[in-house]
Design a protein around this ligand. Sequence first.
Ligand code: HEM
Length: 97
Amino acid sequence: MVITLFRLSIPPEQEQFLEEKFINRSRLVDQVKGFISFKLLKKTQNENGLEYILMTEWETEEDYKNWLNSQDHARIHKKEGAPFSGNKTELFQVVCQ
Ligand code: HEM
């Protein structure tokens, strides 16, 4: 199993806008091979703006990469544009749980 983490920072006035987008997400990914879960995490203590982590879980790294290169992924993120700043996605292998 692998986990992807992607940090996102937004100004406080975009909080509701961002959260509603993800709450109302298309859920196309839910049917994708190897997909396990999606979580939007909000940091509880914030100093400058608001910090979130987008977390996804996949059976294998290959499943994640296939989705990344898929039309669904491109369509969703093109439609939304990228009004929020973020860093690179980090990939972790689950050792035990
Ligand atoms: C600045 C960067 C990003 C922005 C602004 C962004 C924005 C969004 C928005 C607004 C949605 C909901 C739209 C929808 O599902 O119709 C979404 C869905 C999603 N995003 Fe991103 N995203 C970003 C980066 C990433 C990255 C790096 C990943 C990789 C792990 C990712 C994974 C997902 C997943 C799994 C969904 C759910 C798709 C679904 O429900 O079918 N996003 N993104």
